[in-house]
Design a binder for this molecule. Structure first.
Ligand code: ZN
Length: 95
């Protein structure tokens, strides 16, 4: 019997139940893109909802400070090119 990995977020840590990295992982993204292929706006609404939930729960874990770049993590990858989803500029990652 093969155990299939379920790429869903664990709460309140928001790591993938399947691969343990920060959710959404690539597998989760692929699945979501497939599921919402015909309805990208619905996907963005769904992701925005999850992002709000994650911000709250992650902030609780970290003394009230929500982590940076949640919008990038949850929404950026699903946003069609040329359609800005944020009012401000997205800062490039400098590390
Ligand atoms: Zn995963």
């Amino acid at each position: 019997m093969t155990r299939s990995r379920v790429h869903l977020p664990s709460r309140p840590t928001w790591r993938c139940q399947g691969c343990g990295i920060a959710w959404p992982c690539s597998a989760a993204k692929l699945r979501l893109l497939g599921e919402y292929r015909e309805n990208r706006p619905a996907l963005l609404v769904y992701l925005a909802t999850l992002q709000a939930e994650a911000a709250e729960q992650l902030a609780e874990l970290d003394c009230g400070t929500p982590p940076d770049r949640l919008a990038e993590r949850f929404l950026h990858w699903a946003t069609p090119r040329g359609q800005p989803y944020l009012s401000g500029p997205v800062e490039p990652e400098v590390r």
